[in-house]
Design a protein around this ligand. Structure first.
Ligand SMILES: [Mn+2]
Length: 433
């Protein structure tokens, strides 16, 4: 069975059905999955890759269709308003996205989806973490990623890619890898009645393949623009990103339905402001919505990335707590987050724009227990220069720095703002003792 040329919407519906069928009948299944923070990049990488590969598979593909899974429960989609904004441009909605909820529940995972029936392609990470990693790590057979190599993916990936390169967005690497296959699918339009019948976003005059391509192109383009600040962030943007933007924009320009009205800057602003629209969320949800966890040398390290400054979180904490000082409410909320997850080291990375319009970063590190404290101190001592760490004070004029009573905590301005979690996480992990 080959997967027919289809819209993203049609493809995702087919993928959901195929996954269910494969589980029920013990058929082989190839799963394409992004990382556990499940940001926009991870989501679009997995969908784009699965979409094009399913319609243009390698000769000896492990299964007839590639299933894109976003690495969060379905309920967490709501914590990513930028997903919902972007879905409109791709003519899909949150119901179409496949998530962890589409896999068998954890207790039955191994029996209902036996490892030998699966092949995993990792996009936007290169080591399968968490519960999935415990069961399926040996079944990883391909990777496209822009994080530091963790040495977990076999050096020979056979039919699937093994691409680990620096780029602002992993979606840029995916677009580059798919280019030939995708173009081979974009030949003369098939404006068949059937295609029009199954896609109600089309009018009779539309060339369906061009519309579908332009919708998929916008899905990918959004991540690249978000990850590179609309190609303006020189520390992140690479040639891969610029080339992918050009390539995807050409697909949009080739489609009469979108060509005239599409404006890259407006598109970027729209997705970016949706991403920052977190005012209505609970503080604990904000901390977990872009969260990554590692286990190194027996220590648990968790890092939350937040697109607002600490002051924003303090106000939120104070509103939710209703009593005590803002500082107390904020620190109690953070401590609850870290202790519920039994972390040895918890870090919070905040990005924001200063009153003068400059991009800025705050970095908090909170360590619990002797080994965690020793690791955090080592990190602070060794990396202070590289990260440009400078003293920070809360709005109430307090320093959060603390050493004693079984915990250690420090907050800094991170003046070397080019270093995102992609850099800070490996540094923290290396500091673990
Ligand atoms: Mn990424």
């Amino acid at each position: 069975m080959t997967v027919p040329r289809n819209s993203l919407r049609g493809f995702l519906a087919q993928a959901r059905g195929a996954l269910r069928g494969a589980i029920e009948t013990s058929q082989n299944v190839t799963i394409v999955i992004g990382n556990e923070s499940a940001d926009l990049d991870s989501m679009t990488c997995s969908i784009l890759y699965a979409y094009v590969r399913s319609m243009a598979p390698p000769r000896d593909a492990f299964s007839p269709i590639y299933i894109p899974i976003t690495n969060i429960p379905k309920s967490d989609i709501q914590l990513r308003p930028e997903f919902l904004e972007l879905f409109k441009h791709a003519n899909i909605n949150s119901q179409h996205l496949l998530t962890l909820d589409d896999l068998p529940e954890l207790s039955a995972l191994k029996s209902k989806l036996p490892p030998q029936n699966t092949k995993w392609v990792l996009v936007d990470h290169n080591a399968l973490q968490g519960q999935l990693g415990k069961i399926y790590a040996d079944r990883v057979g391909g990777v496209i990623d822009h994080h530091d190599e963790e040495g977990k993916v076999p050096s020979e990936a056979g039919d699937e890619p093994r691409v680990l390169e620096k780029s602002g967005s992993c979606t840029s690497l995916v677009a580059k890898y798919l280019r030939q296959s995708w173009d081979s699918l974009s030949g003369p339009g098939l404006s068949s009645r059937a295609a029009h019948a199954q896609d109600d976003s089309l009018s009779d005059d539309d060339d369906v393949v061009k519309v579908w391509d332009a919708q998929a192109a916008q899905l990918g383009l959004a991540s690249i623009l978000i990850d590179t600040a609309n190609l303006q962030d020189k520390s992140k943007t690479t040639d891969h990103d610029r080339e992918a933007v050009e390539y995807l924009e050409a697909k949009i320009a080739a489609c009469p339905k979108f060509a005239a009205s599409f404006d890259r800057n407006k598109f970027y602003e729209q997705i970016d402001s949706a991403k920052k629209d977190i005012g209505g969320m609970q503080l604990q949800d904000i901390l977990r919505k872009d969260y990554k966890l590692w286990n190194d040398k027996g220590l648990k390290l968790g890092i939350s990335s937040v697109v607002k400054n600490i002051e924003f979180l303090q106000k939120k904490a104070a509103d939710e707590a209703n009593t005590g000082t803002t500082d107390d409410a904020f620190l109690e909320a953070l401590e609850r987050f870290a202790t519920e997850r039994e972390l040895d080291v918890y870090s919070l990375m905040n990005t924001s724009t200063s009153a003068e319009g400059h991009f800025q970063r705050e970095l908090l590190v909170w360590a619990f227990g002797a080994a965690g404290i020793a690791s955090a101190k080592k990190f602070a001592a060794e990396l202070s220069n590289e990260l440009g760490l400078e003293e920070w004070q809360s709005g109430e004029g307090n320093s959060y720095d603390h050493d004693g009573d079984g915990y250690w905590r420090n907050v800094w301005w991170q003046r070397q703002v080019q270093h995102s979690r992609k850099r800070v996480a490996p540094l923290l992990r290396e500091a673990m003792i």
